[in-house]
Design a protein around this ligand. Structure first.
Ligand code: ATP
Length: 306
């Protein structure tokens, strides 16, 4: 019997480093970032649908509320791109089971787009290489290629030019979630406002971070975490400062706003410490939710054939 559909599991990302260069004349910033894929996943299923049904999209999962269910959805845009590029049938049913926070700086929408590319490659037996899929992904957004690659990687340009980073060990993260997301463009704008008149250097990868990752040293990694958007995210959402303080008070090795926020990631020494931190954060009253995750994990991959 031939395959009628596939399910792809795709991870959230956090940025261990996010260095933001000056605002370019094209309105974009050149960035240098170190991504890590962590064990918080969306499941993307793509199935063949009835003839002439077009591309149908449905959603479920704990974070699906408020996610667009039309052509604005990045998963839908990925499916359209794939059908046009490879002249594929457009009678498809896409289902997103979302667990990655929305507008949380964890690239949930990008993850779903990456999931659709991997799913359609498998469903239509196109046989694309990972590199080819990342090339298609880059047309949809800066964070989409990393959803395909996963692991730990350096992103340059707009974050879409990836090089794998040598990384040893498994890191234990505790994520403090907010009840309301932050818009990525608004955070970049605030960053420009805060840096007005300053001479901003071209972004560089942090050598101390690369060393920490090569050594598999969580203490050194905690000290090397950095994010140029953190001040802007805190300026737009001052309550984030309280969240950062709770993590520091309860012995996290490092604390960082993930990407454009508002999710805050705490690096714990080991699994036991991550459970202590989870309890402390949950009872602090300053966060909407707490999730434990570890990284690095694999990028988007097929977990089920239907
Ligand atoms: P990034 O870290 O890449 O800036 P983010 O994690 O902050 O992204 P997303 O969860 O990707 O943000 O969502 C940003 C916006 O994109 C949402 O507010 C939503 O309107 C829109 N969006 C489009 N497609 C999706 C999708 N599949 N899942 C979630 N949001 C989506």
């Amino acid at each position: 019997m031939s395959t009628s559909g596939v399910v792809v599991r795709v991870p959230a990302k956090i940025n261990l480093q996010l260095a933001v260069g000056p605002l370019g004349s094209d309105g974009f910033h050149e960035v240098t970032t170190v991504f890590q894929a962590i064990s918080l996943f969306d499941d993307v299923s793509v199935k063949f649908a009835q003839e002439n049904s077009g591309i149908l999209l449905s959603l479920s999962g704990s974070t699906s509320g408020g996610v667009p269910i039309n052509n604005e959805n990045l998963a839908m845009r990925a499916a359209k791109l794939m059908t046009e590029k490879f002249d594929l049938s457009t009678d498809l049913a896409i289902h997103l089971k979302k667990e990655i926070p929305v507008a949380g700086g964890m690239a949930g929408g990008s993850a779903d787009a990456a999931g659709v590319i991997v799913a359609m490659d498998a469903l239509f037996e196109i046989g694309l290489s990972r590199d080819e899929m990342e090339g298609i992904a880059a047309k949809l957004g800066s964070d989409v290629p990393f959803g395909i690659s996963g692991g730990t990687a350096i992103g340059r340009g707009r974050g879409d030019q990836l090089t794998p980073a040598l990384s040893r060990g498994n890191y234990h993260w505790v994520l403090a979630l907010s009840s309301q997301g932050l818009s990525t463009p608004a955070v970049y704008q605030e960053c420009d406002r805060l840096r007005e008149g300053l001479d901003i250097a071209q972004p560089q990868v942090s050598e101390s971070m690369m060393q920490a990752l090569r050594a598999g040293d969580p203490t050194a990694l905690g000290a090397a975490l950095s994010n140029d958007l953190q001040a802007a995210a805190c300026s737009l959402r001052p309550a984030l400062r309280l969240v950062l303080d709770v993590g520091r008070d309860y012995g996290a090795l490092g604390v960082i706003v993930s990407g454009s926020g508002p999710t805050v990631a705490f690096l714990a020494e080991d699994e036991e410490k991550s459970m202590d931190l989870t309890v402390a954060l949950s009872s602090s009253g300053v966060v909407a939710g707490v999730v434990r995750a570890s990284g690095p994990v694999h990028g988007a991959r097929v977990v089920e054939t239907l």
